[in-house]
Design a protein around this ligand. Structure first.
Ligand SMILES: C[S@@+](CC[C@H](N)C(=O)[O-])C[C@H]1O[C@@H](n2cnc3c(N)ncnc32)[C@H](O)[C@@H]1O
Ligand code: SF4
Length: 413
């Protein structure tokens, strides 16, 4: 049995091309296939998906309750990664208590729960209680971690809590590249930790957590795209997800990490060739999306804004809500869900104003223009639908196809 032979997103996702679906649409749909397959098959799931889908299609300023929560279980971190704004963030630092988590979770009972935002989730001792609690309520739970703190007992707790997906942030295929980016981490130790978790899963006969690797592509690691795919395939037998570098609020240090398009294109082509030769079609799709997103980001235009603020609410460890995780280091006041409630904050005046400005689509916030989510498959599907079926415009508040990527000020300002 190869290491990590429990199903990876690659196993569950796109291994083969499908002749019936146009290739471009198929690649876009692949983004959604895996998360949908993980949901429990019951009437509540069906109802919530329908409600969320309609809310997105309608895109009115007032939205149905979120089907997903992104909760910052920990706002503290043990590393200082070069591209990350978390260590310098001006807001308060701390970890969420289980009682606060439960108050938020019980009000929403989301289909999806992410427990990472700007810190390292494994630094919160209540994390495993949160995961177990959410899993007991049928929620799909994922975690993004730097994996520096996965010793044997943590590996056991991760498996026993029934966490669904663990995304390990590994920004290089070599010690030199990785440690130059992830300041404070040790490459060999992190690789050993991930292997230890894979071994724990094997010992317990567990199929979860499904492990995948996240890589933020920057000037410092772009040359290792192919090597990272090969490394993760041989060492962990797992999928790789390349993420475009996001620029937080005109930060010069982050801008210096941006990679030029022709260099990116060359290394993406090499990575794709290797992935195609090994049948890793989800990686091929991800690399196409990476290039597409980065091109759009650099051009500063978008066919239209995303659907995230109709589906997901990001919440900091101390209960402050944001319209999107990319705004979490901007001093905004959208309300505190622990002081009021998720329902109140979700349709507060600032939230409604934010959604309206996205749906109007004429002007986008800088954060949105920098984001790979501003033009993904679901948006395109709805856009195609309203073009083919014009009466759809009567119930949708969204204006498709006329965004020119103008920048505007902070929401709520
Ligand atoms: C903020 S971290 C929090 C979780 C954990 N501490 C970790 O490093 O995985 C979540 C993810 O965001 C990524 N990230 C950090 N800075 C980024 C940036 N400027 N652009 C895009 N992704 C970034 C990290 O690499 C990581 O995969
Ligand atoms: S990317 Fe993760 S590990 Fe690195 S500084 Fe940011 S929060 Fe910490």
């Amino acid at each position: 049995m190869p290491v990590g032979s429990a199903k990876s997103p690659g196993d569950m996702g796109m291994k083969k091309k499908n002749a019936l679906i146009p290739e471009r649409l198929f690649k876009r749909l692949a983004l959604f296939e895996f998360p949908l397959r993980m949901l429990p098959n019951n009437p509540r799931t069906f109802f919530m998906l329908l409600k969320g889908g309609f809310s997105v299609f309608r895109s009115s300023p007032r939205a149905a309750m979120p089907i997903s929560l992104s909760i910052e279980s920990s706002g503290v971190c043990n590393l200082r990664c070069k591209m990350c704004s978390a260590p310098e963030m001006s807001r308060r630092k701390g970890v969420m208590k289980f009682s606060a988590f439960r108050q938020i979770f019980d009000e929403v009972r989301p289909l999806y729960l992410g427990l990472s935002a700007a810190g390292e989730p494994l630094l919160n001792r209540d994390l495993f209680d949160m995961i177990s609690y959410a899993k007991a309520h049928g929620t799909v739970v994922n975690l993004v971690s730097n994996a520096t703190r996965i010793d044997e007992s943590t590996a056991l707790a991760l498996v026993e809590s029934h966490l669904d997906v663990l995304k390990v942030s590994l920004d290089g295929a070599t010690k030199e590249t990785y440690e130059a980016i992830r300041i404070g981490a040790c490459f060999e130790e992190v690789v050993r930790n991930v292997k230890g978790l894979i071994e724990m899963k094997r010992r317990l006969g567990a199929s979860s957590p499904i492990i995948s690797v996240n890589i933020v592509i920057s000037r410092e690691n772009v040359h290792e795209i192919r090597d990272i795919i090969a490394f993760c395939h041989s060492q962990f037998d797992c999928s790789v997800e390349f993420i475009p570098l996001f620029i937080h609020d005109k930060d010069a240090a982050e801008e210096a990490l941006l990679v030029d398009l022709s260099t990116l294109g060359r290394h993406v082509a090499m990575g794709k060739k290797w992935a195609e030769e090994h049948g890793l079609w989800d990686t091929v799709a991800n690399l196409d999306n990476l290039l597409y997103s980065v091109e759009r980001m650099y051009r500063g235009t978008s066919e239209g804004p995303c659907f995230v603020p109709w589906l997901d609410m990001p919440i900091t460890w101390d209960g402050n809500a944001y319209p999107c995780a990319h705004f979490m280091n901007v001093p905004l006041d959208f309300g505190n869900v622990l002081e009021t409630s998720v329902a109140k904050v979700w349709n507060s005046p600032n939230y409604r104003k934010f959604r309206k400005s996205l749906a109007d689509g004429k002007e986008l916030y800088k954060q949105c223009l920098n984001c790979g989510m501003n033009d993904v498959g679901l948006y395109n599907l709805f856009s195609v639908f309203t073009r083919c079926f014009p009466p759809g415009r009567l119930i949708s508040h969204r204006r498709y196809g006329d965004s020119q990527g103008q920048q505007q000020g902070w929401p709520g300002s």
